[in-house]
Design a protein around this ligand. Structure first.
Ligand SMILES: [Zn+2]
Ligand SMILES: [Zn+2]
Length: 377
């Protein structure tokens, strides 16, 4: 079990080399890049960001190149076992930094379970109270575990090393009329790549961040408030100019997230949009120079299946089948949550958009998939 994380990293690196090669960057250039920067520590470990598919909620796990973990938000109440299993599969037992952006249920929902099941070293949250039982019990869990809690404020540097920085950009004001505006927004910089995680911050906070003198420019944006129209104002998006935008929202959610106005604004600035309601968990991998987006864990990269010569890829990526993980052992249906052997007749009938691929049987089971009664995978 201990080697899972290392194996995933090897797969990531193999994949990145493969993708770079398929993008016209040759292996020599890749190795030159790492040689040029080999004077800094942990350079080759890479950064992996998982935007977990927790439905209409947020939960983002960041595995830093220095081996530390950051968790931003903890899904809805009831997502605890899913998040816990996901983290355990990645061999995470210690969360150095837990950022609870704001105390809405879809952000602190399963924080208590995370706090009780993992070693959480520091918690960052805005200085605002909420009047819910969930908030009370979360605060009690923090108190019981005696975890250092730090109030979020703009300019607070959580990590500040030469090629790795994690900084909070908000909330600036003491009072807002809307709880979402208290969201702790975090910007992560790894060498030449950057990510902005905005919680549910809306236009008031966005305006404050614009006026705060921060470098907002980021390669990846976790779009504010699940793609709601009151976030992602055009001026803010123009300052961030994300190449990739990730929207964490639930399929057919009652809010109508993401709103069409937001999608139009993201399209206007030329950002590629990836949605958890369409793709499930989305993974962004950075080697410090380039970012690769794929769906779910690396071990579940969409691969070609026997009898289907077309390699499927996440829109916008050129992910093809690296030889190291050429065996697709199981095909799941993300609608019925049943998984099959690739040659099961159900797979032939399955809609392409419903397919999810697993190489490891236990991963399918851990993610709530049950084996097909016909092909007995
Ligand atoms: Zn939310
Ligand atoms: Zn909220």
């Amino acid at each position: 079990m201990k080697s899972i994380k290392r194996n995933i990293l090897i797969l990531v690196l193999a994949l990145m080399t493969y993708v770079l090669a398929s993008c016209g960057v040759n292996a020599e250039q890749v190795s030159n890049t790492s040689q040029d920067t080999s004077n800094t520590s942990d350079k080759n470990s890479g950064l992996i960001v998982y935007f977990l598919d927790v439905g209409q909620a947020d939960c983002t796990l960041i595995q830093l190149p220095n081996g530390e973990e950051v968790l931003i938000d903890a899904g809805n109440y009831g997502d605890g076992s899913y998040i816990k299993n996901y983290l355990e599969n990645l061999n995470v037992d210690d969360i150095e930094y837990l950022i609870l952006t704001h105390p809405h249920e879809d952000h602190i929902g399963s924080a208590k379970e995370i706090i009780n099941n993992f070693t959480v070293e520091k918690i960052y949250m805005p200085d605002v109270l909420a009047s819910s039982n969930l908030y009370e019990s979360t605060m009690l869990a923090i108190e019981n575990k005696d975890i250092e809690t730090i109030f979020a404020k703009p300019g607070l540097k959580i990590i500040n090393s030469p090629d790795l920085k994690l900084e909070l950009l908000s909330p600036k004001s003491m009072y807002y009329s809307e709880l979402n505006e208290y969201s702790a927004v975090a910007r992560l910089e790894y060498d030449n790549t950057s990510f902005l995680f905005t919680g549910d911050a809306e236009s008031v906070s966005e305006l404050e961040m614009l006026g705060g003198g921060f470098n907002l420019d980021s390669d990846v944006l976790k779009v504010g408030h699940h793609g709601g129209r009151t976030s992602s104002s055009i001026d803010f998006l123009k300052a961030v100019t994300p190449e990739y935008s990730i929207i964490s929202c639930g399929e057919d959610n009652s809010y109508g997230h993401p709103h069409i106005e937001t999608l139009n604004r993201l399209s206007d600035i030329g950002s590629e949009v990836y949605r958890t309601d369409e793709l499930g968990t989305i993974v962004a991998v950075s080697d410090g120079q380039d970012i690769f987006i794929t769906s779910d864990e690396i071990i579940e990269i969409p691969l070609s299946t026997p009898g289907n010569s077309d390699t499927q890829s996440v829109p916008g990526t050129e992910v093809k089948e690296p030889s190291a993980i050429s065996e697709t052992n199981y095909v799941g249906n993300n609608n019925s949550l049943v998984f099959h052997k690739p040659d099961c007749s159900s797979v032939a009938d399955m809609k392409e958009s419903n397919k999810i691929f697993f190489t490891i049987r236990q991963t399918a089971i851990d993610q709530g998939y049950t084996p097909c009664g016909r092909c007995n995978p």
